[in-house]
Design a binder for this molecule. Structure first.
Ligand SMILES: CCCCCCCCCCCCCC(=O)SCCNC(=O)CCNC(=O)[C@H](O)C(C)(C)COP(=O)(O)OP(=O)(O)OC[C@H]1O[C@@H](n2cnc3c(N)ncnc32)[C@H](O)[C@@H]1OP(=O)(O)O
Length: 164
């Protein structure tokens, strides 16, 4: 477990504009390359925010041809998680709101952007959006993240839980 926590700490280094950001960990539902059910989201630093291009597939279908709203929320939540690499330390989702403006279609690639709107003590007020290839916004979101210590994550780690 200590190795896992140390690995996570090492991810909070500086990332230049345009650079790839690392997965939170290998089994993360949002971005982990080893999670067979996951979205394998990849994100880059874009100015003071993060950006991703993402295509939902049939593992995440809700209504036929349309991504499940929970799957979309998962990706948005995980995108916010990439902002933490720019903030220099971990935080967790305390509140997440998603406005579904238009269906998110399976097999269509969307651009996602997220940024920190405001900081207040331990709280990060963040915003995000997803844009269709024709430029239409399909999702907007706001969330509140609360900064925690790396030790916060120790409560979920046991020999039976997959990790890196
Ligand atoms: C080990 C290595 C692996 C690590 C992997 C990491 C992956 C992560 C990747 C990311 C993946 C994606 C991300 C994920 O999936 S993160 C996973 C999903 N989220 C969680 O599991 C979080 C669960 N919740 C908690 O652990 C606690 O509630 C926390 C720690 C968050 C706060 O509990 P704590 O008892 O400490 O604090 P508090 O309850 O007094 O609240 C704190 C402050 O917040 C204010 N507040 C509350 N609600 C709202 C609101 N709606 N609007 C505005 N403000 C609000 C509240 O007034 C207070 O303000 P203030 O009084 O301080 O001013």
């Amino acid at each position: 477990m200590q190795a896992l926590l140390a690995m996570w700490s090492e991810k909070f280094v500086g990332y230049p504009d345009g650079s790839d950001l690392p997965a939170h960990h290998d089994h993360c539902l949002g971005c982990g390359p080893e999670n067979p059910h996951g979205h394998r989201l990849r994100a880059v630093r874009h100015g003071d925010g993060v950006q991703a291009w993402h295509t939902f597939d049939n593992r995440h279908v809700g209504a036929p041809g349309i991504a499940h709203g929970g799957a979309v929320a998962t990706v948005v939540d995980d995108l916010y998680g990439f902002l933490l690499f720019l903030e220099g330390g971990p935080a967790v989702t305390r509140q997440l709101a998603v406005d579904y403006l238009a269906p998110v279609l399976i097999g269509t690639t969307y651009r996602l952007d997220a940024q920190v709107a405001r900081r207040e003590g331990r709280k990060l007020f963040v915003t995000a959006g997803a844009t269709a290839p024709d430029g239409r916004p399909v999702i907007t979101s706001t969330a509140v993240f609360v900064k925690v210590s790396v030790e916060h994550f120790a409560q979920g780690i046991s020999p039976d839980v997959p990790g890196d």
